[in-house]
Write a protein that binds this ligand. Sequence first.
Ligand code: MN
Length: 246
Amino acid sequence: MRILITNDDGIHAPGLRALANVACRFGEVVVVAPDRERSACSHAMTMREPLRVNAVTYPGAKGYEVNGLPVDCVNVGLTIAFPGGCDLVLSGINNGPNLGFDITYSGTAAGAMEGTINGIRSIAVSMALLDYGQPIDYTLAEAWLGEHLGELVSHPLPPLSFWNVNVPNQEPVGYRYTTMGKRIYKDRVEMREDPWGRPYYWQGGTAVLTDHAPGTDVAAIMDGYVSVTPISLDWTDHASLQKLKS
Ligand code: MN
């Protein structure tokens, strides 16, 4: 299997290394990742500046760093490493959750989305650490993927769908196929003051997991399970469309 790996935490991220480590057991791996952290860049791409690519030494794989975003990395990676296409795009392992609405901001999910748009089976993987600042144990995701990556690759999915996988930061109880839940943040924007007394604003905020509805990604993580969500790039609201048509 020919596997292209990217992330949004940058080429030096331990999660990227963990993902490459487990992927090497499944085939030929090329890592193409941003040269620095680009979290929450969503599906942005670089168009008005050139992309520079440097080969880097990477354990067990060919590695390249790009002065761009995850989407750039997937497209550059396909161009330089797999011009004939590849079999799998992996993105992650993100150093935090991508649950519910997180995926609309996520550069990790965007890597998988770009793979999907290119017609390649794609998987976004995140460590769903809920207490920010705690150490992340990427070996938990490595172990789970080692057992289940094969079935995620071979499982039939519609062409516009990809997998969004979240792994809890403790030994998982098991895994669940889930729906995308809701994850709302409070105090999203903080006002602070610079040394000259001018206000500036910093976005972050604490997630308040309001939707524990059974079957959601959020509920699976709260219950200690790995969450596996099929996400579709068909954003059409088919139910509303049906009503409008009738
Ligand atoms: Mn990230």
